[in-house]
Write a protein that binds this ligand. Structure first.
Ligand code: SF4
Length: 518
């Protein structure tokens, strides 16, 4: 029997470390040789942390007895429960509740099961088998064909077809090529990549290695923000152990394939999530975007062909190679395949990390999985896509969540952050918040974004304070168009989105605050 303690950042922040220590000490002192305490990553229901699960060795999460809000003082009862099988009713968290039952875990299949610091633990769960399969049984073209068949689209937000991106880099003349994992997650309220790296770092490394083999690269970088110290530490440990085992390095699996991975720390600039700024930062320069083309696939790091995908995209690769592109393409909607990991935050009962098939209705995510709005309050809107996205009001809650459907509502899926707002939220203030974020994160390279975000923030601030009239609202709308059309990179081009989206669905809230209406 395993007693699994979530030690990802969310549970750590709610006191998982003393729980881990108390259970470990209690287990060592007790006479129950069949029982061991294991550190695991995120089990998803962060709002109920610290979470502890009792399960058979390496059994999936849905077969576990789950305990919520555990404290160190609960350790003796949990140890007894592990020995006898009798549940501790007081701490019981039903694993068949909709939060867990409505999910389909592919990216997160090992999260909450594997010890993120254990190379062996990952291998026992089938880890690195897909990489070995790719290297020894498939040509690079066959790997790309499988990824193309899967119809996987980039999970960082763009939704670009992954197979197409890979084949573009693969077609570039042989020579130095690079693979980059974009782990510079910066959207407010988003923590998918952090949780994946804290919970199952080898899965990401395996995906990167398969990608490198497919496109002919021998060097990879993980660009991760320094504000994620636990993810960085676990990633470092994973790289060290994979190197020691010969799964990263020279002649991997006794083939001619060589692949090394290095970590590069970002200093918290949101714009460094943009691929050209990210590459400039890796090269040691200032993290500022440059015009595209040339695209990284043709001229990326140090002018060499470079493949950039985000954490979740790489985490999907091993299952695709393992179970086949057709299997993956059988999940989701016609144009959005597979599952998507979302971070639920804000005014929602079950905050945490979830993974659902593409096309799941938003209402199911908010009401069933998320458990609805706390305190008996009414739902008002959910922001998807962070500062580049928009809000979705109650009237559109039945929309299936996929790349294309969300676009019809004037928002985007983005990397997977979902911030839920209840009836007490002011949508004008929400728009101001996101504009303030964009204003302070603007790198300043181009004028429309540098000056435009500041002007738009100023106007929003005056509207919020009831100091602006209808003319200023019209000016705000005009500025949105100009900044969207003329900014150099995605940050500026999408900065007006939260304003446009809140204006589209909650225009009355703006108008109520105007001077001439007061
Ligand atoms: Fe920098 Fe903004 Fe211009 Fe992007 S749009 S290059 S963030 S100033």
């Amino acid at each position: 029997t395993e007693i699994r303690v979530c030690t990802a950042a969310s549970c750590q922040s709610s006191g998982a470390q003393p729980v881990l220590e108390a259970l470990t000490a209690g287990c060592e002192a007790s006479e129950h040789p069949g029982c061991r305490v294991k550190q695991v990553g995120c089990m998803g229901l962060c709002s109920a942390g610290p979470l502890v699960a009792i399960a058979a060795k390496d059994a999936p999460l849905d077969q576990a007895q789950l305990y919520r809000d555990v404290t160190a003082a609960d350790a003796p009862e949990i140890l007894t429960s592990a020995k006898t099988g009798a549940p501790v009713e007081r701490l019981h968290c039903p694993i068949d509740m909709p939060f867990f039952a409505r999910q389909q875990r592919i990216v997160l299949e090992n999260s909450g099961v594997v010890d993120p610091n254990s190379f062996k633990g990952y291998v026992v769960l089938g880890g690195y088998r897909a990489m070995v399969q790719a290297l020894t049984e498939m040509t690079p073209a066959e790997v790309i064909a499988e990824v193309t068949t899967s119809a996987l689209r980039g999970r960082g937000g763009g939704g670009y077809p992954t197979g197409l991106k890979w084949s573009t880099v693969a077609k570039m003349p042989a020579g130095q090529k690079y693979v980059i994992c974009n782990a510079d997650e910066g959207d407010p309220g988003a923590f998918m990549d952090r949780a994946i790296l804290e919970s199952d770092p080898h899965r990401v490394l395996e995906g990167m290695a398969i990608a490198a083999y497919a496109i002919g690269a021998n060097k990879g970088f993980v660009y991760i923000r320094a504000e994620y110290p636990l993810a960085v530490e676990r990633l470092k440990t994973a790289i060290r152990k994979a190197k020691r085992a010969g799964f990263i390095g020279h002649h991997i699996c006794e083939t001619e394939f060589n692949f090394d991975i290095e970590i590069r720390l970002g200093a918290g600039a949101f714009v460094c999530g943009e691929e050209t700024a990210l590459m400039a930062s890796i090269e040691g320069g200032r993290g500022q975007p440059r015009p595209r083309p040339p695209y990284p696939a043709e001229s990326g790091l140090w002018g060499c062909p470079t493949l950039i995908n985000n954490v979740e995209t790489y985490a999907n690769i091993a299952p695709i190679v393992r179970d086949g592109g057709d299997w993956f393409a059988g999940i989701g909607t016609e144009r959005s395949k597979g599952t998507k990991v979302f971070a639920l935050a804000g005014a929602i009962c079950n905050t945490g990390l979830i993974e659902v098939p593409m096309g799941t209705p938003l209402r199911d995510i908010i009401e069933d999985i998320g458990g609805g709005i706390p305190g008996g309050k009414a739902f008002k809107a959910v922001q998807t896509g962070g500062p580049s996205g928009g809000c979705i009001p109650e009237a559109h809650l039945d929309i299936p969540v996929d790349y294309d459907s969300l676009k019809t509502l004037g928002t985007i899926m983005g990397s997977g952050g979902m911030i839920v707002m209840d009836e007490t939220s002011s949508m004008v203030e929400v728009a101001r918040f996101f504009m303030e974020f964009c204003m302070s994160e603007s790198c300043g390279k181009c004028i429309p974004c540098r000056a435009g975000t500041a002007q738009m923030h100023g106007l929003l601030d005056r509207i919020v304070k009831g100091e602006a009239g209808a003319q200023e609202l019209a000016l705000l709308e005009e500025l949105c168009e100009v900044v969207q059309a003329t900014s150099l990179c995605g940050l500026g081009q999408t900065a007006p989105n939260p304003v446009l989206s809140t204006l589209r669905y909650f225009r009355a809230e703006y108008e109520q605050r105007l001077l001439d209406q007061a």
